[in-house]
Design a protein around this ligand. Structure first.
Ligand SMILES: *Cc1c(COP(=O)(O)O)cnc(C)c1O
Length: 218
C-alpha cells in the first residue's frame, strides 16, 4: 500500500482525540510530502539534524515532534521550530531546552519520558526519580509540561505490553498532582506500529507510528 493509503487506514483506526504522529525518521522529505498531501501534519523524528533539514524542505504548517533521545548539544538545532519534545529524560535536558527556548522567545510543549520497559537500553525517568525532581525543581518558564511518553518492552507478549501501558496511564494523574500541573497535563504518548491497538485500549492520546505508514527503515 502507498503512504497515503496507509495514512488513511491508520487514521481510520484511531478514536477521536488520539493524535497521529507520523514517524518519518530514516525516510526522505519526498515521503513526508506524500503524507502531507494526504492531510497529515504532525511528524516525528529522532535525529535533530534530519528534522532541521526536512523542516527547511517542507511547508511551514508541518508540526515537528522530537520523539527520540535528545542530546543537550543538539537542542538548539530544533528549538526554533519544534512543536513538542516527547523525550525529556533528564533534569539537565529540561534545563537546556528551557534555556534555549527562552533565548529563542518560544515556549515548547514537553513530555516526560518514563522508563516503563524492562530493557536496559531504554531512556527515561524512573517514577520515584521524577517525583523527587518535581518536588524541588527549578522554574523552567519556557517549558509547558503536557504529559508522559513511554516505550513498551519489545515483546510478542501482549500482556506485558498492556501492563506497561496501563501503568503509565495510571501515572498521568499521579504526576499531574505531584508536579502541580493543570488540565493541560493531559498527553499520554504511547503506541508504535506494533503495539498501537494496545496503547489505544490503555488510553493513549498520541500514537507515534512509523513503519506501518512509511514501510521498513533501512
Ligand atoms: C522509531 C520510533 C517510533 C516508531 O516506530 P515504528 O515501529 O516504526 O512505528 C516511535 N517512537 C519512537 C520513540 C521511535 O524512536
Amino acid at each position: 500500500m502507498s503512504i497515503s493509503e496507509n495514512i488513511v487506514r491508520v487514521r481510520g483506526e484511531l478514536p477521536a482525540g488520539v493524535e497521529l504522529v507520523a514517524v518519518s525518521k530514516g525516510h526522505p522529505a519526498a515521503a513526508v510530502r506524500e503524507a502531507y498531501t494526504a492531510g497529515q501534519r504532525v511528524f516525528g523524528e529522532n535525529r535533530p539534524q534530519e528534522m532541521a533539514a526536512k523542516h527547511t524542505e517542507l511547508p511551514a504548517d508541518v508540526r515537528w515532534h522530537q520523539i527520540g533521545h535528545l542530546q543537550t548539544n543538539k537542542v538548539k538545532l530544533i528549538v526554533p521550530f519544534v512543536e513538542m519534545i516527547h523525550s525529556v529524560d533528564s533534569a539537565r535536558l529540561a534545563a537546556e531546552i528551557s534555556r534555549q527556548a527562552t533565548a529563542a522567545g518560544r515556549t515548547i510543549d514537553c513530555l516526560f519520558e518514563i522508563r516503563i520497559a524492562r530493557e536496559e537500553t531504554k531512556h527515561g525517568w524512573e517514577i520515584q526519580e521524577l517525583e523527587t525532581w518535581l518536588a524541588q525543581r527549578p522554574p523552567l518558564p519556557a517549558i509547558r509540561w503536557r504529559g508522559l511518553m513511554g516505550i513498551a518492552t519489545n515483546t510478542d507478549d501482549e500482556g506485558v505490553v498492556a501492563q506497561e501501558f496501563a501503568h503509565l496511564a495510571r501515572m498521568l494523574p499521579t504526576l499531574r498532582k505531584a508536579g502541580g500541573f493543570g488540565a493541560e497535563f493531559d498527553t499520554l504518548s504511547i503506541g508504535m506500529s506494533d503495539d498501537y491497538p494496545l496503547a489505544i485500549a490503555a488510553g493513549s492520546t498520541m500514537v507515534r507510528i512509523g513503519s506501518a505508514i512509511f514501510g521498513a527503515r533501512k
